[in-house]
Design a protein around this ligand. Structure first.
Ligand code: HEM
Length: 247
C-alpha cells in the first residue's frame, strides 16, 4: 500500500465513523419506530438527563480549558469564560438536584451499581482488552445491566464530580479565607480531575458510541432500546433477570 492510500484509508475511516455517529443520531431520533421489538435499557428521563449533562459538560470543559491552557487566555476576553463556567455549574447543580429528587430510586441504583464489584467483574476486566481488540466473544463472562468498564466510568463521574464540587467551591467562595496552600491544592486537584475525567470521557465515547462491538449502544442512548440478541450477548445476566420477571 502506498503512503497516499494509507492516508486516504485513515481519513475515510475517520469520516466514515463520524458519518455513522451523525446518521445514527438523526435516523434513530427522527425515524425510530416506538413499537420496535426490543429491551428497554435507558428510560426517557435517563436519556434526557444524559444528553443535558453532555451539553453542560461540553460547555464546562470548553470554558475550563480556556481558563486552564496558558496560551488560550486571550479567548476569555472580559472574563466571559469564567462567567459561563460558573453559570453552567449552577445549572448543573439544579439539574442534578431536581433529577435526584424526581428519580431517587434510579439515582440510588446508579450509586449501588458503581460501587458493587464482584469477582466475576475482575474476570471481565482481564478479558476485556482481548475482546475489544476483536478477540473471542464467548470468553466474556455474562454481564449485568452494565459491564465493569461502564462501572469504572460511573465511578469516575462520581469521584471527579465530587472533587470538582469541593475544589470549585473552595476556589469560588474561600479565596483569601483558606490558607494559600489549600487554595493551590484545590486548583491542582481540580485540574487533575479535569485531565482524568476528559481522558476517560474519550474512552467512554469511543467504547460507548463508536466501537463496532458496541453497535447498538448509541442507539440505546437515543431510543432507549436494544435488540433481544444484543441484550443476550452483551448483558446476559441482566437479560435473564428481566426475562424471568416477565415470565
Ligand atoms: C458526546 C459525548 C457522549 C456520548 C456520545 C455518550 C454516549 C453514551 C452511550 C452510547 C451510552 C450507552 C452505553 C451503553 O450501551 O450502556 C452512554 C452511557 C452513559 N454515559 Fe455517556 N456519552 C457522552 C458523554 C457523557 C458524559 C459527559 C457523561 C457524564 C459525565 C456520561 C455519562 C454516562 C453514563 C454514566 C452512562 C451509563 C453507564 C455506561 O453505559 O457507560 N456520558 N453514554
Amino acid at each position: 500500500m502506498t503512503k497516499n492510500e494509507k492516508e486516504r484509508g485513515l481519513i475515510s475511516s475517520v469520516f466514515h465513523t463520524i458519518g455513522d455517529v451523525i446518521s445514527t443520531f438523526l435516523f434513530d431520533y427522527l425515524f425510530d419506530d416506538p413499537n420496535r421489538k426490543g429491551v428497554m435499557r435507558f428510560s426517557f428521563p435517563a436519556r434526557t438527563f444524559h444528553w443535558v449533562v453532555v451539553v453542560l459538560i461540553a460547555l464546562l470543559g470548553l470554558t475550563g480549558l480556556i481558563l486552564f491552557v496558558p496560551g488560550w487566555g486571550a479567548a476569555s476576553i472580559a472574563g466571559w469564560t469564567r462567567i459561563v463556567h460558573r453559570i453552567c455549574v449552577y445549572i448543573s447543580a439544579v439539574v442534578l438536584v431536581l433529577y435526584f429528587i424526581s428519580y431517587r430510586q434510579s439515582c440510588l441504583a446508579y450509586l449501588k451499581e458503581a460501587f458493587s464489584w464482584t469477582k466475576a467483574d475482575f474476570g471481565w476486566v482481564r478479558a476485556a482488552v482481548d475482546y475489544y481488540l476483536g478477540g473471542d466473544e464467548s470468553k466474556m463472562p455474562p454481564q449485568g445491566h452494565i459491564n465493569p468498564g461502564q462501572k469504572i466510568w460511573e465511578l469516575i463521574t462520581i469521584v471527579c464530580g465530587v472533587l470538582f464540587v469541593i475544589t470549585g467551591a473552595i476556589m469560588t467562595f474561600a479565596k483569601g479565607v483558606v490558607a494559600p496552600a489549600v487554595f493551590q491544592w484545590s486548583l491542582l486537584i481540580h485540574d487533575i480531575a479535569f485531565i482524568i475525567g476528559s481522558a476517560m470521557l474519550i474512552v467512554h465515547i469511543v467504547l460507548g458510541a463508536i466501537h463496532p462491538r458496541m453497535n447498538e449502544s448509541l442507539r440505546s442512548m437515543i431510543t432507549g432500546k436494544i435488540s433481544v440478541k444484543y441484550a443476550k450477548s452483551h448483558y446476559g445476566k441482566w437479560y435473564e433477570e428481566i426475562a424471568e420477571k416477565q415470565s
